[in-house]
Write a protein that binds this ligand. Structure first.
Ligand code: ZN
Length: 440
């Protein structure tokens, strides 16, 4: 080793692992740097702290004289020595916890004022090295919560901070919003329905593009703000449910986009209308003293809801009974089924069938279906667009299902930002490769 800095803090309890001087010393310095995954840095000393039972590796940036702002990387004049020496947790070496230790001077940046100088081995403000951060981020998308915590010996909240900065870093270095054409927008609830996230998914790649707390005009506008006017103009199709706030913002921000209403939601409206009819005839039977009819109708709920191909034999029989004895309810059932057929057909055939369906619903003498026909007419442009382009929100729903599972894992991060970062790692394609390995 060329230079030695003794650490008085450890006193006599430290055992020096490094031999001084000579060729072996220089070679082992490089080996240590490789082991720790540090680049652009010089290993000055390695010691084992017997008290803490940790390995402490003294390092300095290779170009220590050329200081840069920790936040923006701009070359800056030095300011002071900050709070002196500090440590960064590195990946364990074998069974031993390891730390890098270095000076932590401050610089004066024209934009950011007095800040800690950049170090080549860790992100700004991080207490862990790049290698540690990236390993934690990789593990969190591949292992259980307890496996990550136990293996890395960190608190779960620390993992939340790590994924947040890893994702912020990845977002800053890639433009994931280039060439977007077809997107899906949806919302998900978490914390038992007390909190919401607005979610945007790329239909072409299937990845989660963006998520933000809230479900209103202002929240969604943030996404289009990030996109910028030019890239907004490139969007051709947007799928969503019939939420007014989504339609308003899309119409306002994406001049060339067609809004496709999610077929699943439209069919859900029909299922709701059908259930209203079932409840009406059931109530009428109950009040009229027809006990058996009322009981049968109550039990018919699932037979009416299910897709015909999924019915059990018994449910098929129930349905046949309704066909014989209860004309209005059976008519409601057929209306629901035919609307489902509209979306199964898609394209021009689907649109033609929808025209016929609207006429049929209109004269069905079933108030809930007459009302449904009115809603469908109001949203006709969006529904026709969905039929023409065959775009549903299914991809968004599948991302949402996975996101819902992540909200449980993220429980304990205590910040929506960390939850979103975790989602971006796992569903947004932002998970870094393990240190020193090529991206998969
Ligand atoms: Zn700066």
């Amino acid at each position: 080793m060329t230079r030695h800095t003794p650490f008085p803090a450890y006193g006599s309890c430290c055992r020096r692992l490094e031999s001084e001087g000579g060729g072996n010393g220089v070679r082992s310095v490089r080996v240590w740097a490789r082991l720790l995954g540090v680049v652009q840095a010089v290993v000055e000393d390695v010691e084992f702290d017997e008290v803490e039972q940790v390995l402490v590796v003294a390092v300095r940036p290779r170009k220590a004289s050329r200081r840069r702002c920790g936040r923006c990387g701009r070359r800056c004049p030095g300011y002071d020595q900050g709070e002196g020496r500090r440590r960064w947790r590195a990946l364990d070496l074998g069974t031993v916890r390891a730390f890098l230790e270095a000076d932590s001077p401050r610089v004066r940046c024209v934009e950011h004022g007095v800040v800690a100088a950049q170090v080549p081995w860790a992100r700004h403000g991080a207490g862990h090295t790049y290698a540690f951060d990236d390993t934690a981020a990789w593990l969190v998308t591949h292992c259980s919560k307890s496996a990550v915590r136990d293996l890395l010996r960190v608190a779960w909240r620390t993992v939340g901070s790590i994924v947040t900065r890893v994702v912020a870093d990845a977002e800053a270095s890639t433009d994931r919003f280039a060439d977007l054409r077809r997107i899906g927008i949806d919302e998900i609830s978490y914390k038992r329905g007390h909190k919401y996230l607005t979610v945007v998914v790329d239909h072409d790649s299937g990845v989660l593009l963006w998520a933000h707390p809230g479900r209103d005009t202002k929240t969604l506008e943030r996404f289009f703000d990030r996109l910028g006017a030019q890239r907004c103009a490139q969007i051709t199709l947007v799928s969503a449910d019939a939420a007014e706030w989504i339609a308003t913002v899309v119409a306002d921000r994406c001049p060339n986009a067609e809004l496709c209403l999610d077929p699943f939601h439209i069919v859900a409206w029909a299922t709701k209308a059908l259930d209203e009819v079932r409840r009406q005839v059931w109530n009428a039977a109950r009040k009229g003293g027809q006990k058996t009819v009322a009981r049968d109708l109550k039990n018919a709920r699932f037979a009416l809801w299910k897709n015909p191909e999924d019915l059990t034999e018994r449910q098929t029989a129930t349905l046949a009974g309704i066909a014989k004895t209860n004309a209005p309810l059976f008519r409601a059932y057929l209306l629901k089924e035919q609307l489902r057929q509209v979306f199964a057909l898609k394209g021009a055939e689907g649109i033609a069938l929808l025209d016929a369906w609207l006429k049929w619903a209109q004269r069905s003498r079933l108030p809930s279906f007459i009302k449904l026909a009115r809603s469908i007419r109001e949203h006709r442009a969006g529904i026709d667009a969905a039929l023409t382009h065959g775009l549903s929100n299914a991809r968004v729903e599948s991302v949402n299902t996975k996101l819902r599972l992540l909200t449980r894992i993220a429980f304990g991060f205590r910040s929506a930002e960390a939850l979103i970062a975790l989602a971006m790692l796992d569903l947004g394609g932002l998970c870094p490769p393990l240190p020193s390995r090529a991206a998969a």
